[in-house]
Structures are given as structure tokens and as C-alpha cells.
Design a protein around this ligand. Structure first.
Ligand code: GLU
Length: 294
């Protein structure tokens, strides 16, 4: 089945404060503030980016509400908007951002290889990943849940999966949900893995799988695009704090990102409301307290 890819509605918002705002709105996003006079200590990542005037940012291209490629080939969503706020604080306007699709499995690698300046991609902070990269944030806390066809009354939570070993569960390679779900399965054959979540949603739509599992807010995006064909079941059974992935040990960049988000809480809320907040069932978050940068 095919999903219609709706554009996030663009809310009118006042442009604020002392920094000049500019940059064309080419889809989904409101203009974000772009610092005109940002100055940074020589040798920092911020100074290098401000001097360069461009950024390469990793995000998802298939996740409605967070990072979904629009018809104009530019991704739209909350992660995209959060990344634009960070870029703007270094004087980088949205037209000077190159977006790189980063499926779950490649996120650490693209950061280690220096292919991107940062990754904003529904990226759960955890210890295993933090051995290879550093995280700023968290800037949002999601939780894992299950999505099934609207007429499926058999599965009402992860505990029902082992009792129904013929039912296939789909998730994405390299994601935390694909690992967390294993303890609930009858066996590993029950798990179907793709590289991106919209393949799981398509597989659910055409009956190749019975359940899709990942973070609740990602699933809600697919439910909202399914025209009543999909629903979420059960409660969330994990916590998934989303971080901004950066090069390991770049503490100054991490602290700068955390300060930028704290200084731009209004823009953060507005970003939510015109992206993920448009999806039925989501709630406007408060910016979480950042973890210590390491
Ligand atoms: N937040 C989870 C993770 O980072 C699932 C979403 C995703 O795969 O991007 O693995």
C-alpha cells in the first residue's frame, strides 16, 4: 500500500529577539533564527562550522512527524527543526544545510567517519552507542510500543507475542526496539528487520507482518497516515531519550547544543507543534534537563 505524504502545516509565528531571521521556507518549517554575529573560540567545532557557513546533518527520510522527505526533496519534521535551531545558532541558514539520510544502523558510523556534523534522527541515548559517539540532550523522551492492523484483536501488548508465534513483528536493524523486543518473542524467526520503518509500515499494510514495533511517536505518524488501517496497542514498555549525536568527546559542542536548546525553548515548542504535534495522539513535550556532556 502507499501512504500519502502530507506536508506539515506551517504555523504562523512571530520572529523574535535580537538575532535577525532569514532563510526561505522551502517546505514544512518556519524560518528559524540565524545568528548574524556568532563568535566562537578558535578551534571549536562551532567556530569551524560558523566559518564554513554550511553543515551536513544526518536525519531520517521516512518517519512522518520527525524526518520525512518532502516532495521538494527536503526532509520535514521535529528532528529537522531541532537541527535547524542548532545550525541557526552558528549562523547556518536552512538553505545551507545538506541533509543526509541516516537509517538507524548507520548513525554511529557516519559520525565516526566525519560524514556529518551531527545526527538528529530519533536517536536513543544509550551506553553502547556512547562508546562510539557523544550525545547532546536529551531533547525528547519517547517509549517503545506496538502498532497492528486496526482489526487485529489478538495482540494487545508485547506479552501476547510469544503466544502467537506465527505473527511476525517488524522493526529496523540497528534500532533499540529491535533489540528490546527479542525477550517477548517465541523465537528469532518471529522478527522481521528492514533498514527503515516505512518498509515495516508497508509490510503491515499488505499483511506480510502483523506487528510493527518502535517508538510510540514514530508509530503514531504511521497511524495518522494509514487512514484508519493501523492502531497502537498496549502501553509503552521502554524509555527512549532522544539525543543529538556528535563526534565522541566533543564536550564543547555538546554543551553548546544543550545551551542553544535551553535558550530557544519557545522555538523548540513551536517546532514541535507544527511537526510531530500535528499528529493525533502526541503531546507537546517540555524540554528535558540535559544529561552531562561526556
Ligand atoms: N529511538 C530508537 C533508536 O534510536 C528507535 C528509533 C530509530 O530507530 O530511529 O534506535
Amino acid at each position: 500500500m502507499r501512504f500519502t505524504r502530507t506536508k506539515a502545516a506551517v504555523a504562523a509565528a512571530g520572529l523574535a529577539l535580537s538575532l535577525a531571521a532569514c532563510g526561505g521556507d522551502d517546505g514544512g518549517g518556519e524560518d528559524v533564527e540565524v545568528a548574524q554575529d556568532a563568535e566562537f573560540e578558535a578551534g571549536t567545532t562551532m567556530a569551524e562550522i560558523a566559518e564554513r557557513g554550511t553543515m551536513t546533518i544526518g536525519t531520517k527520510f521516512d518517519q512522518p512527524g520527525f524526518g520525512l522527505l518532502g516532495l521538494d526533496d527536503v526532509p520535514e519534521g521535529f528532528d529537522v527543526e531541532v537541527a535547524k535551531i542548532i545550525a541557526g545558532a552558528m549562523g547556518v541558514a536552512e538553505e545551507d544545510i545538506e541533509w543526509k539520510e541516516t537509517p538507524s544502523e548507520v548513525r554511529e558510523q557516519v559520525i565516526e567517519d566525519g560524514d556529518v556534523d551531527l545526527v538528529a534522527a530519533t536517536y536513543t541515548i544509550n551506553e553502547e552507542r556512547a562508546q562510539r559517539i557523544s550525545f547532546a540532550g536529551p531533547y525528547y523522551v519517547a517509549g517503545q510500543q506496538l502498532m497492528v492492523a486496526a482489526d487485529n484483536d489478538t495482540i494487545s501488548g508485547p506479552e501476547d507475542l510469544a503466544d502467537n508465534p506465527d505473527m511476525k513483528v517488524c522493526s529496523v536493524t540497528g534500532s533499540t526496539p529491535s533489540e528490546n523486543i527479542r525477550e517477548y518473542l517465541a523465537n528469532n524467526n518471529q522478527l522481521v528487520l528492514f533498514d527503515v520503518y516505512d518498509k515495516c509500515a508497508d509490510a503491515l499494510g499488505n499483511g506480510q507482518v502483523d506487528v510493527v514495533t518502535t517508538d510510540n511517536v514514530i508509530l503514531l505518524g504511521f497511524v495518522s497516515e494509514s487512514d484508519g488501517e493501523f492502531k497502537l496497542v498496549g502501553e509503552q514498555f521502554t524509555e527512549e531519550p532522544y539525543g543529538i549525536g556528535i563526534e565522541k568527546g566533543d564536550t564543547a559542542f555538546c554543551e553548546f547544543i544543550n545551551e542553544t536548546l535551553a535558550d530557544n525553548e519557545d522555538a523548540y515548542i513551536e517546532a514541535w507543534e507544527r511537526t510531530a504535534g500535528e499528529v493525533e495522539g502526541t503531546e507537546t513535550p517540555e524540554l528535558p534537563e540535559p544529561a552531562e556532556c561526556a
